[in-house]
Design a protein around this ligand. Structure first.
Ligand SMILES: Nc1nc2c(ncn2[C@@H]2O[C@H](COP(=O)(O)OP(=O)(O)OP(=O)(O)O)[C@@H](O)[C@H]2O)c(=O)[nH]1
Length: 459
């Protein structure tokens, strides 16, 4: 059988690797939240957080039999939850035939072990769950390596703090204390060696990706990247725009690795559309670091489509989480290159749709309002395409060109290969033109029209 997560390695002396979490495992999801506010001090309904955790569990096909909200005033070092709570939940676990408990928080190895002992079932925390999801979604070599690395780092951190646990598993080895510790050292060294090897492999893969990116730049099509909260509909929109078949299901994190495809804009121009990893609140920092290379595509994009599930009750908080990640990447939320996409319009009732329609009317000179659409039905897709095109055009270089009357062939070339914005004939019959040139056509244009005067744009 395939290892549960690519990074899972069998440690020396350990009888068996941890059992895989099988699909359809009867699961209880617990939201043990200290307060009703999120990490940024914004109120975030506990129920919505719990629902998200349930969604994550369902994404790896666990059979979520029950969910439970627990307000935790004070975290108990040994079991996270209070004694009475642990017992009460234990009864429920037994009565419901639960096999796995997901605690939507960060558990210390000791807490995890004690809860497993008290309840007699497997317990995983939020990081464990997210690693599980990433592990199943990774499809490219880079993604697999990143997940493997993150998982080893997680394993190592737990190894250090829970060595008595491992000793116990190995039975007999730890009786003098010394050998147990040596064993831990051996395990740690093994993990470290493996991590170093992965880092080397990743460097190669990242370098290759850098080369790809540079060669993409040499055929300089504008790059449009999709970003958004997990499950917002990025893959569906990607498919709709490219008509390609990539994984799009009602599953979170369907897209771990960016996929890039060419799209044709309304006036026939080409752009590269790139799908990226779904963002999520409270993503463990270890994982953010792991995906930094992937996110470089986002940083370098000419246009970002920020896709939101506008029908989701938590849409605003999700949008804020994405904005936070973007600003960590150095992209400010009001940057010109961001186009807000309000997806799932088909799920809105008439009144809400009307309200959002009004809100999404282009505002101000930039014409920058959000685009309300449905990736599922295709409604509003044309508007998005035009908006992308307009945004690319706005960033594009314009040139002033003067043609003599005899240069008919040149005029023809311009009409075929550039966008003629203005055309005026002077008294001598010379043609004064303002043209906009796509980046990929610019070298050829400059070859022909070396005397053209650059007017504006990124050039
Ligand atoms: N009703 C409706 N459902 C949609 C729409 N767009 C996407 N969905 C559904 O929402 C779910 C998630 O869509 P995906 O495209 O996989 O979402 P994603 O943002 O790529 O998700 P991650 O890969 O987890 O980041 C799927 O069940 C889609 O069918 C829409 O416009 N309307």
């Amino acid at each position: 059988m395939e290892p549960r997560i690519p990074g899972e390695i069998r440690l020396q002396g350990q009888a068996e690797p941890e059992a895989a979490i099988a699909a359809e495992t009867r699961t209880l999801v617990i939201g043990p939240y200290p307060t009703k506010r999120d990490a940024h001090g914004e109120p975030r309904p506990a129920l919505a957080r719990l629902e998200e955790a349930v969604g994550l569990a369902a994404a790896i096909e666990l059979d979520v039999a029950d969910k439970l909200l627990v307000t935790v005033q004070q975290i108990r070092p040994s079991t996270f939850l209070g004694k009475g709570r642990v017992e009460e939940i234990g009864g429920r676990i037994e009565a419901d035939g639960i096999r796995l408990v997901v605690m939507d928080c960060a558990l210390s190895p000791v807490q995890q072990r004690n809860l497993e002992k008290a309840w007699g079932v497997k317990v995983i925390d939020r990081t464990g769950l997210i690693l599980e999801i990433f592990g199943r979604r990774a499809s490219t070599r880079e993604g697999t390596l990143q997940v493997e690395h993150a998982h080893l780092a997680y394993q190592r951190s737990r190894l250090v703090r829970s060595w008595t646990h491992l000793e116990r598993q190995r039975g007999g080895f730890g009786f003098l204390g010394g050998p147990g510790e040596t064993q831990i050292e051996a395990d740690r060294r093994m993990i470290q060696e493996r991590m170093t090897r992965i880092e080397r492999d990743l460097e190669t893969v990242t370098r290759t990706r850098g080369l790809h990116r540079r060669s993409r730049r040499r055929v300089p099509y504008p790059i449009v990247a999709l970003v958004g909260y997990t499950n917002a509909g990025k893959s569906t929109l990607f498919n709709r725009l490219t008509r390609a078949e990539v994984l799009a299901e009602n599953m979170l994190f369907a897209t771990l690795d960016p996929t890039a495809r060419a799209i044709k804009l309304p006036h026939g121009e080409t752009a590269i559309l790139s799908d990226t990893v779904g963002f999520i609140s409270d993503l463990p920092t270890m994982l953010i670091a792991a995906f930094r290379a992937t996110l470089e595509d986002v940083i370098e994009a000419d246009i970002l489509l920020h896709v939101r599930d506008i029908a989701h009750e938590d849409a605003e908080a999700q949008g804020a989480d994405v904005a936070q990640v973007l600003s960590e990447l150095g992209i400010e939320p009001d940057a010109d290159r961001i186009i807000e996409v309000w997806n799932k319009a088909d799920l809105l009732d008439d009144a809400e749709r009307e309200r959002l329609m009004n809100l999404s009317r282009p505002n101000g000179a930039k014409g920058a309002g959000p685009v309300l659409l449905s990736a599922l039905t295709g409604e509003g897709i044309d508007r998005l395409m035009s908006r992308i095109e307009a945004r690319i055009a706005a960033a594009r270089t314009s040139f002033a060109v003067i043609l003599e009357p005899a240069q008919g062939a040149e005029l023809h070339w311009l009409y075929e290969n550039a966008e003629v914005l203005d055309r005026r004939e002077d008294a001598e019959g010379a043609m004064h033109l303002v043209v906009r040139v796509a980046p990929e056509k610019e070298p050829r244009f400059l070859n022909r029209f070396g005397a053209a005067r650059r007017l504006k744009g990124s050039g």
